[in-house]
Write a protein that binds this ligand. Structure first.
Ligand code: KG4
Ligand code: ZN
Length: 340
């Protein structure tokens, strides 16, 4: 495949959950055009994402979203060098829409297609538009479905350092928000409500403190037991105390793990990385490491991070034509063995 001097022009699609995203991207120019249509209003009345409705709406919106990025970038299908789509993890019906569309564009244009792991997209999103630091570095990826501490030895060479034993951090935010009758998605609502609250008002547990892994279900249960005692005036304090417990657990375990590894940098990404309290606490506690946070617009799901990851993969020549590859709702990063 022939790539322009500026890197291949990539069209990437993201439809793993409830965001319909497309991005036209070129390494040396960044995003030439990107569009993200959020289905949140559609799912909010149900208190979470309804998979069937998500796929139908990706199908409805995708043609418009793709047309919009070509319009914004003033490019056409014939200009694209590489097509990419999220292949997983995610909702299978939702994944299939972006995957099938990107493959169809690739076949029509006679260009290759690259399936992208959504978590690899998140993991490298702090380096969108800039070079990543030298390997190895550690990545904290905190999303609605995952809580991962990963040693990144090279693109595609990952060592899992810690994961969650139960709920992901974002999932805990969403479930606790539901208990507190706050709208979906819970993370931003809890953060907003917590701003006027006292984080030390309720003593909530930090689980598995002597274990590298995370656990948030005990915290969630502790909050459930607190519910009958809560008065409407206590809502902000409950949100602040819960947020503090999650942030404290993430920061404490990340700090301990970094202390055991000879790395200089930590990359923080995923929807929960939008949380300003998490950013502040990590910055104040991890002064010995250089921290890279994904820009807030690239923390939650988007196609720009998928295009960026596809472009990085292209550089390493890992561009076998992936048209025959199937989506995988449980697509994991290829982890080497854990060090303990
Ligand atoms: O990365 P993402 O968009 O989707 C997945 O790949 O899962 O993450 C979505 C998650 C949701 O659980 C949402 O509640 C959480 O990120 N989130 C936040 C904030 N913004 C989004 N959690 C805490 N504070 C926030 N400001
Ligand atoms: Zn995500």
């Amino acid at each position: 495949m022939k790539a322009a001097a500026d890197g291949p022009l990539v069209l990437a699609l993201e439809t793993s959950c409830d965001e319909t995203g497309a991005c036209l991207y070129q390494q040396n120019h960044g995003a030439l055009g990107q569009t993200l249509f959020s289905q949140i209003d559609l799912h909010r009345p149900h208190g979470g994402v309804v998979p069937e409705a998500a796929s139908r709406n990706h199908l409805l919106k995708l043609p418009t979203v793709v047309a919009e990025v070509f319009e914004k970038a003033q490019r056409s299908l014939a200009d694209v060098d590489l097509f990419a789509a999220t292949a997983g993890p995610g909702l299978s019906g939702a994944l299939l829409i972006g995957d099938a569309a990107a493959k169809a564009y690739a076949i029509a244009a006679g260009k290759p297609f690259l399936p992208v792991n959504h978590m690899e997209g998140h993991l490298f999103s702090p380096f969108f538009g800039k070079a990543h630091p030298p390997f190895p570095f550690v990545a904290l990826v905190v999303s609605g479905g995952h809580t991962l501490l990963v040693e990144v030895r090279a693109l595609g060479q990952y060592r899992l350092l810690a994961t969650t034993r139960d709920d992901a951090a974002g999932e805990a935010f969403d479930k606790v928000a539901k208990m507190l009758a706050l709208p979906y998605p819970g993370g931003p609502e809890i953060e907003k409500t917590a701003r006027s609250g006292d984080p030390s008002r309720f003593k909530l547990p930090r689980s598995l403190l002597n274990d590298p892994d995370f656990s948030f279900s005990g915290l969630k249960t502790a909050l459930r037991y607190l519910l009958p005692e809560l008065k409407p005036d206590d809502l902000a304090d409950a949100c602040a105390s819960f947020q503090e417990a999650v942030v404290d657990a993430l920061a404490t375990k990340t700090e301990k793990m970094l202390g055991k590894h000879h790395v200089e940098c930590l990359a923080v990404s995923g929807g929960v990385a939008c949380n300003q309290r998490l950013r502040t606490v990590l910055e104040s506690r991890l002064k010995d490491w250089k921290l890279y946070f994904a820009a807030p617009e690239f923390c939650t799901d988007n196609a720009a991070m998928i295009a960026h990851a596809a472009s990085l993969r292209f550089e390493t020549n890992a561009t076998d034509d992936g048209v025959g590859a199937e989506v995988d709702p449980h697509f994991t990063l290829a982890f080497s063995q854990r060090p303990y």
